[in-house]
Design a protein around this ligand. Structure first.
Ligand code: NDP
Length: 240
């Protein structure tokens, strides 16, 4: 039987594609979502992948969900921290709530789930954690102080935890996508999007499967020498 993988925010957008790609490659997938029940039901009908509803920013809900998935499917050996939101505004218009929502959903969630799984991974001597960061966590972005801080935090979290997991065959890596064609990016005004695409050397937005392929590479059993890295998948928009 394939290893059990949890994909947060796994019912829509990039996460959905990751869930489907993992399933197609023999993993047993649990997909998390938060509020969009209709999308999750459609996803489960179309893919046969079970979806679990909870808020990844809430530690107690994460704890209950990890216990439930483990009971249903067995120990989770692969964690893809993909759930994320934006609440954009320049700092002088950003409320504390917008800051807190983004930091907790995008960054604290990585702590919550990794913390709840790390002991089991250490005991088993196997774990693969992939955190979805962002080009905007690497380069910053006007109007996204909260999002850039959370995503930048993910990159630091990844490197620190990679050092802790290395001796136990637990790899921890990040992917920093550029602009990918999902609901999140479709909410960007068309005129702004046009300017963004003009800055992407390959001349197009990313596709969710560009990111899913990166996840597949990082979670392979024989990818144990790749840890603490951030793979930029951004069409050449930001290189460093
Ligand atoms: P979408 O908005 O299309 O999907 C977001 C997913 O996250 C949904 O499944 C949503 O659930 C889930 N989610 C949101 N908040 C929570 C929460 N509190 N608890 C549990 N699940 C939650 O996003 P994308 O697919 O575009 O983005 C996926 C990841 O990639 C994010 O981390 C994003 O920051 C990152 N990224 C995206 C880029 C892009 O261009 N699209 C670029 C760089 C990074 P529900 O359906 O219930 O709302």
């Amino acid at each position: 039987m394939g290893r059990v993988a949890l994909v947060t925010g796994g019912t829509r957008g990039i996460g959905r594609c990751i869930s489907e790609t993992l399933k197609a490659n023999g993993y047993r997938v649990a997909a998390n979502y938060c509020g969009n029940v209709e999308a999750a039901q459609k996803f489960t009908e179309e893919t046969g992948i079970t979806s679990y509803r909870w808020d990844v920013s809430n530690y107690a809900e994460c704890e209950a969900a990890v216990a439930k998935i483990t009971q249903d499917m067995g120990p989770i050996e692969i964690l893809v921290n993909n759930a994320g939101i934006t609440r954009d505004a320049t700092l002088h218009r950003m409320t504390y709530q917008m800051w807190e929502d983004v930091i907790h959903t995008n960054l604290t969630s990585c702590f919550n789930l990794a913390r709840l799984m790390i002991e089991s991974m250490r005991e088993r001597g196997f774990g693969r954690i992939v955190n979805i960061g962002s080009i905007n966590g690497q380069a910053g972005q006007y109007g996204q102080v909260n999002y850039a801080a959370a995503k930048s935090g993910i990159h630091g979290f990844t490197k620190a935890l990679a050092q802790e997991g290395a001796a136990k065959n637990i790899t921890v890596n990040a992917i920093a996508p550029g602009y990918v064609d999902t609901d999140m990016v479709r909410s960007v005004p068309p005129a702004v999007l046009e300017k963004i695409i003009a800055k992407i050397p390959v001349g197009r937005l990313g596709r969710a499967d560009d990111i899913a392929r990166g996840v597949m590479f990082l979670i392979a059993d024989n990818a144990d020498f790749v840890t603490g890295s951030t793979i930029s998948i951004n069409g050449g928009q930001h290189m460093y």
